[in-house]
Design a protein around this ligand. Structure first.
Ligand SMILES: [Zn+2]
Length: 68
């Protein structure tokens, strides 16, 4: 599930409204991802969705089987 189709220069946005990825909450005991979650929240706050998605991807990559 790599984001291979990401490219610049396309004016047409993807069909998805909002975040293309479901929100991923990191496990409470991972400080690294807690920081990413904070950064993601900040990125969303300023409308930087690309960065927010990057953070989600990093969290997912760090915990492939999910927080549960
Ligand atoms: Zn983590």
């Amino acid at each position: 599930m790599a984001a291979v189709s990401r490219r610049c220069g396309t004016s047409e946005p993807p069909v998805t409204l909002g975040l293309p990825l479901p929100p991923v909450e990191p496990p409470a005991d991972c400080e690294e991802c807690a920081q990413r979650a904070i950064e993601r929240a900040e990125a969303k706050h300023v409308g930087d969705l690309a960065r927010a998605i990057d953070m989600t991807v990093l969290i997912k990559r760090h915990h492939p089987q999910g927080p549960a």
